[in-house]
Design a protein around this ligand. Structure first.
Ligand SMILES: Nc1nc2c(c(=O)[nH]1)N=C([C@H](O)[C@H](O)COP(=O)(O)OP(=O)(O)OP(=O)(O)O)CN2
Ligand code: ZN
Length: 148
């Protein structure tokens, strides 16, 4: 009898963290920063309650019935997201953002790179970051817009 077909599934888990930041690029003058980022360039910063949804993709293990144990994913997200970012000033407390503007796009990239180091190779599928309910970024590890 043929073995049962492997089934591919996507599994997601969410986590929240609170942080403050200031949008400011070292490549621009103070005037240019103010013009580009407006109120988000306020020198004393502003805060957000971020929400992150991480999606992992893989085959459902026929023995465990899991793509990944959610208990493990929870721990990886704690290590990759909550510990470095929660209750932090992103620009001052997180070395990555010393040279990288702390936009939601770059927060998503930071989380992707951290998670990639912890998860089984090739399983990280999507990182979705809600800066607010209205401002949302999806990052899937792509490095450029590929030409067809
Ligand atoms: N491409 C991006 N643009 C902006 C980002 C970003 O991460 N990527 N971030 C900001 C600011 O951080 C800012 O907090 C967002 O402010 P605002 O547009 O005012 O968003 P709100 O949801 O708070 O405002 P509403 O007007 O109530 O929607 C700016 N740009
Ligand atoms: Zn902001």
């Amino acid at each position: 009898m043929a073995p049962p077909a492997a089934r591919l599934a996507r599994l997601s888990r969410s986590v929240s963290f609170s942080a403050c930041h200031r949008l400011h690029s070292k490549s621009l003058s103070d005037e240019e920063n103010l013009k580009l980022f407006g109120k988000c360039n306020n020198p004393n910063g502003h805060g957000h309650n971020y929400k992150v949804i991480v999606t992992v993709r893989g085959e459902i293990d026929p023995i465990s019935g899991m793509v990944i144990n959610l208990t493990d994913l929870k721990q990886y997200m704690q290590e990759a997201i909550v510990e470095p970012l929660d209750h932090k000033n992103l620009d001052k407390d997180v070395p990555y953002f010393a040279e990288v503007v702390s936009t939601t796009e770059n927060v998503a990239v930071f989380i992707w790179e951290n998670l990639k180091k912890l998860l089984p190779m090739g399983t990280l599928y999507k990182v979705k970051v809600y800066e607010t309910d209205q401002n949302i970024v999806v990052y899937k590890g792509e490095e450029t817009i590929s030409e067809k």
